[in-house]
Design a protein around this ligand. Sequence first.
Ligand code: FAD
Length: 388
Amino acid sequence: MSKIAIIGGGITGVATAYELAKLGEEVVIFEKNYFGSGSTFRCATGIRAQFTDEANIRLMKYSIERWEKLEEELEAEIGFRHSGYLFLATSEEEVEAFKNNIKLQNRFGVPTRLIDMDEAKEIVPPLNTEPFLAGAWNPMDGKANPFKTLFAYLMKAKELGVDAREHTEVVALEREGDEITAVKFRSNGKVETVKVDAVLNAANAWAPLINEMAGLRRDIVPIKAYKHQLVKTEPLERGQAEPLVCPPAWDDAYIIQDGEDGGIICGAGIEHKARSLNDYEPTYDFLRGVLKYAVKIAPPLRYAHIVRQWAGFYAKTPDKNPAIGKLLDNFYIAAGFSGHGFMMAPAVGEAMAEFMTKGRSRVPLDWEWYDPYRFERGELRTSAFQIG
Ligand code: FAD
């Protein structure tokens, strides 16, 4: 048994801590703020296998299979349901692109199909069908509660002996050759050191700072934080917009009914590079922009009250695919998840835990596709459609 340190207490770090503990490892996880306080508790709840490349489709098909069993495994409610994703096409070119994506998804067992607007209206009753030609519908996509999911993982991880340190910031790493030997952390103003056998950088938007602590270039994995915002309406009767509904041609705008209180969450790719890693201030520009799209998608939304607006980070690599793999002999990274880190966590946590302990994994995760050194080699993957 070795001692493994995880830096970052979002869904990626916590899911990996749980999986490592399940394999019998001794794990300590550091979170500088409170667990979930990074991007995880700000996310839009969406989970989908409707990607446009083999690697992400296969990973997410597997992840959804894990999501289905997670409540039973973690013995806690997490609010997962197959509520579907409905992408909407506004032009003939998009319909053709949808057909190609569907063919690829079907090849890997994802049951997406092209639907007409009559069927779309049955699925989303307030939908404005007029601007749209067709929809790509996968009823097996879904959503879950980020708060409940993170705490379910965390509680089980603690039960299995994980040492979970909240309000504890990693401030330095000690390195000998190509190995990290110790982690320095600050808690209650006091700096302490713990000897470790391996380290996982799960700090997402903050990951470049951790890489620098490991003696690597900050941009060895070029992750940049973009401010991504959401607004939410008052609770509405269930069944209005249960799937995530998105016409990609409209700035990636989307609506999805919160699985808990029925409020409609409205998002869009109206985003800016964050001014700093504390730049959480919501903007009026976004509010105006996103609501314009939301009422075009579902006109009755014009009568709903907005009760919340918030911002978080999409931590993005240049190709919007995460960096997952090894950076040094015993220093690993799983970060840069753009709009997909929540949905991928059950698969990524399991894959990472197996990879760190056995050097391989049964999870269908394409290590070459997500290789953190691909940017150094000047390689970019097909850009992953970024929204949640
Ligand atoms: P984070 O949750 O960001 O966790 C990283 C943690 O590291 C932070 O808590 C931070 O405090 C900690 N940390 C940093 N530095 C240190 C240090 N030195 N010491 C200790 N701790 C440190 N994804 C989906 O799958 N579906 C969606 O519908 C979706 N919608 C989204 C909507 C919005 C508005 C946003 C902002 C994101 C959305 N995402 C969505 C993306 C998703 O939230 C993230 O990809 C995911 O939460 C990343 O999880 P993580 O654990 O990798 O990172």
